[in-house]
Write a protein that binds this ligand. Structure first.
Ligand code: SF4
Length: 371
């Protein structure tokens, strides 16, 4: 039996008889829900995406409900998932489908691919799961399984590799039941042929797996580029006045676009960032025309957030301001209750969760450093 046919048959049998992976969107026929789950699962592990999927389905059971929701409410629900472009596209696409397409989801691979935030993988998933169309999904799981099973060391992130694996995936696809097959290969990659410690001994296709036979399991798949990580250093100022805190929205094309943050200063190097002290705070307040009659708490412990290509380091400094204060036009005062409704990046939420607000009683009684 040829290698592709063997692969397909064994995989489908495994999915039918052994695979017990349960996820709420499996077997789903509602295209809106399929699309929602696929967008959430882009760059997110299924286990993490699960609670977000349930939240979204509960709050917005239809595409019309999602389309009508204020974008900030949608961001708030998305908070913690990262890659906020996905959230912006999700909302824009919901509006497009609800208004322009009168609530009817596009039903061909090509028209699904035209939707904002939908790439070839997501289009194939929606086309096969939602409409039974014969399109093979190719994601990280599929790259890994195919490169190991067929023993292919062409880089999966090269143009040549992408084309090659796409062809191979299409060749292996069971065109009579593409949804079943696609689910099988995704589950197989997630539970058997895992990135680390794949379960080769119990693997149903080990009999013809090249990587297993030639002891190449840990060498495959191959990636051409290593992610370069850029470090950035921030000092956030929690300006507190009259029971409120100053926030601003990040509007630049940068990390955390459209999320809220506290006014801050970014440092060019770790050395400068580490050297910052109360005189740096004073200087920053001056530059920002904020009255100097304040009391300041020492900076919090540094915390960090790993993004795909950046490592963000931050400390927070709480500054209680006295007297009349006029904020810069892009900033606004919010009560603690209002603050909790706003979408913040994970790093700032970590500060909030660590109780940085509780350091203040609004009566200046907890201040431990006066400058
Ligand atoms: S034998 Fe191991 S490497 Fe080969 S497909 Fe199975 S789990 Fe993956």
């Amino acid at each position: 039996m040829d290698k592709s046919k063997y692969f397909r048959q064994k995989l489908l049998h495994w999915h039918h008889t052994i695979n017990e992976r349960e996820l709420p969107w499996k077997g789903e026929k509602d295209v809106y829900r399929i699309w929602l789950s696929e967008i959430i699962l882009q760059q997110t592990r299924a286990e993490q995406g699960l609670k977000y999927y349930e939240r979204f389905v509960n709050q917005y059971p239809t595409v019309q409900k999602l389309a009508k929701a204020p974008i900030e409410e949608v961001y708030k629900l998305w908070e913690g998932l990262g890659y906020y472009n996905r959230c912006r596209n999700l909302h824009a696409t919901a509006q497009f489908i609800a208004v322009e397409l009168k609530g009817k989801f596009p039903s061909t691979y090509e028209t699904i691919l035209e939707l904002k935030g939908v790439g070839p993988y997501t289009a194939a998933a929606i086309a096969s799961f939602g409409f039974g169309l014969p399109h093979a999904v190719v994601d990280g799981n599929v790259f890994r399984v195919l490169s190991r099973y067929f023993g292919i060391d062409t880089a999966i992130d090269s143009t040549e590799g992408k084309k090659l694996f796409q062809q191979l995936a299409a060749e292996c696809l069971d065109t009579t039941s593409p949804a079943f097959y696609n689910q099988a290969i995704m589950d197989f990659g997630a539970t058997v042929c895992k990135p680390d410690l794949p379960d080769c001994l119990n693997c149903p296709i080990k009999g013809k797996c090249t990587a297993f036979e030639q002891q190449l399991v840990n060498e495959l798949p191959v990636k051409a580029k290593k992610n370069k990580i850029r470090s950035r250093w921030f000092r956030f100022y929690l300006l507190m006045h009259d029971g409120k805190i100053a926030v601003q929205k990040r509007t630049a094309k940068d990390i955390w676009s459209n999320l809220y943050e506290f006014p801050n200063e970014e440092y060019a190097s770790e050395k400068e960032w580490k050297a910052a002290d109360s005189s740096s705070t004073e200087l920053w307040l001056k530059k920002n025309n904020i009255k100097r009659t304040y009391q300041q708490l020492s900076a919090t412990k540094a915390i960090k957030q790993q993004l795909s290509h950046q490592l963000i380091h931050g400390v927070a400094v709480a500054v209680q301001l006295n007297g009349k204060q006029v904020l810069h036009s892009n900033r606004e005062w919010k009560t603690v209750k209002e603050l909790k409704q706003l979408p913040f990046p994970k790093l700032l939420n970590d500060f909030l969760k660590a109780g940085v607000l509780e350091l203040f009683t609004w009566k200046h009684t907890t201040v431990n450093q006066k400058t």
